[in-house]
Write a protein that binds this ligand. Structure first.
Ligand SMILES: [Fe+2]
Length: 227
């Protein structure tokens, strides 16, 4: 079960352990809900890759940039800057586009529309530039992505792809990125003046809904289903 509020978990607001525990449970829950690739139709497999690409290709660096812009501590800035540098220097959006092309899963208008509402909700959240909840969301995102890569690669392979640079790179680098972002949360928490009145998990909840949308193709799925 995922607790509804971080208030239940964080008697001490400078302690990142309850946040990390919540993120890990949320990731476990999402991954456990994935239907096995061999049980999906080719169109269902294509759809997951296409919706994933539609969301990640143009938004990941933008959301990480919002974490940079909202952060106040030198430590968080340094950690997030390293992450951004790697994304830009190694052309991760281009890597993802190649992955989608090779899997015959380039996003269509319909794929973009299928995730529009939940994507817009994350964008609205990010636009508030609230440091801790955004960095918490990005730690969740990195942690999830790293563990999602073998599944994504399996979907692509079954769609006839032999292009795995994107999934190979992200299966490895995101481990260090996730740990870095937890350190960034620890650096931001004492400096965030508005932390007491904020839902630190707001971004995690919104991004979780978007990820469920990507996985299922439906915008109205809010609970994970065991396959
Ligand atoms: Fe990346």
């Amino acid at each position: 079960m995922i607790p509804e509020s971080c208030d239940l978990l964080t008697p001490n607001r400078s302690d990142i352990a309850p946040i990390q525990a919540h993120i890990e449970v949320t990731i476990d829950d999402l991954l456990a809900s994935l239907r096995r690739p061999e049980r999906l139709s080719p169109e269902e497999r294509r759809g997951i890759i296409a919706r994933y690409t539609s969301v990640l290709e143009g938004n990941f660096i933008y959301w990480m940039t919002s974490a940079y812009l909202s952060a106040r501590s030198t430590a968080a800035h340094a950690i997030i800057q390293d992450n951004l540098l790697e994304e830009v220097r190694d052309n991760h959006p281009g890597m993802l586009r190649k992955f989608a092309i090779a899997a015959h899963a380039v996003p269509t208008d319909a794929d973009a529309l299928a995730v529009y509402r939940n994507l817009e909700a994350v964008r609205q959240f990010v636009s508030r530039l609230s440091s801790v909840p955004i960095v918490v969301m990005m730690a969740f995102f990195e942690g999830l992505l790293q563990r999602f890569m073998p599944y994504l690669a399996d979907l692509a392979k079954r769609q006839g792809s032999a292009e795995f640079q994107y999934t190979d790179v992200h299966g490895e680098c995101d481990i260090a990125h996730t740990q870095g972002l937890y350190r960034a949360i620890g650096a931001e928490l004492p400096r965030a003046a508005d932390v007491a009145s904020e839902d630190l998990l707001e971004g995690v909840k919104l991004l979780r809904a978007l990820l469920l949308n990507i996985i299922t193709g439906r915008a109205d799925v809010h609970q994970v289903h065991r396959p």
